[in-house]
Design a protein around this ligand. Sequence first.
Ligand code: FDA
Length: 309
Amino acid sequence: MIGLARSARAKRFMQGSRAGSFLARKYVAGQAPADAVSVAGELLSRDGIRSSLFYLGEYADSAQRVTESVAAKLAVAAALGRTVLDVHVSVDPTQIGQSLDPAMAGGNARRIAEAVWQAAGGRPGAHCAMLDMEDASVVDATIALHDGLKREGLPVALTLQAYLRRTGGDLRRQIAAGSRVRLVKGAFVGAAGVAYTSQREIKASYRRLAGLMLAPEARAGGFYPILATHDDALHAFAIETARRNGWRPGEYEFEMLLGVRMAAARDLARRGERVRLYLPFGRDWWPYAVRRIGENPRNALLLARSLVG
Ligand code: FDA
């Protein structure tokens, strides 16, 4: 799957073929900002599910790609501002220039957060520029980016990863600051010194961290927990902890990826929980979709069907 995600030939073929469009529809909310906003609107009206919009194009390796990513993020924030939807935009730091020029990335993050603030225009909702977290080499820079924007009073949120041993300390500081944090297991592999490497350890770490996020002190300090996982056992743990500690639905939320465990997302929403889906959009969808396929062996069948169908 990693080979397929990196293969320029597979990407050209899939992104241009009818077979590919089947996969794109499952995991991706269209190519243009307007397509993604329309999918977000349907999810809210049909299922009561909110969205965070993500322009595809990770690890931008040229100033031109960075400019294109930033423009797409500004466009989608403005388009969300013209609706009743949350102005909620996910941002990978490397998409906006982190690995090319950190100062440029800082400026771009500020422009996006300001665009979110302007588009929201003071109307109620969970509006923010959500910083995704990439590999361990950019964790400090991403936290610094978040903290700087937060100090300026801009609507910003941070993703932290349970697979990293350092996350307990990072999370405690964000809880004390009353931040908005999305907790994920982590899509990367780290050395044993800095990371938990087995699924068992990563899940145990997620539980401990979710427990901190949903503690009564976190609620009292205005912290906003976002539990981003497709794992039923962790959903149940979070709901049980939230209830025991006095959190009401809407004071925290669950987040999942479009096309992955949609029935579980709808079920949580029907039970009154606040649920958000991460909605990727853009032309460059193949590397993202193939990673989703790789996460579940049953999805390999989908891929095979789409190739022969
Ligand atoms: P896990 O893999 O433990 O599986 C739980 C259940 O879901 C299983 O039953 C499994 O079969 C099913 N499932 C999982 N993936 C599936 C798929 N593709 N198709 C069908 N079933 C599937 N990571 C990161 O490092 N930085 C980031 O910024 C983010 N951002 C982010 C945002 C959001 C909203 C989400 C949901 C996830 C991320 N991630 C991320 C990814 C995250 O770190 C992690 O790799 C995935 O969420 C997988 O872990 P889970 O706990 O969700 O499911």
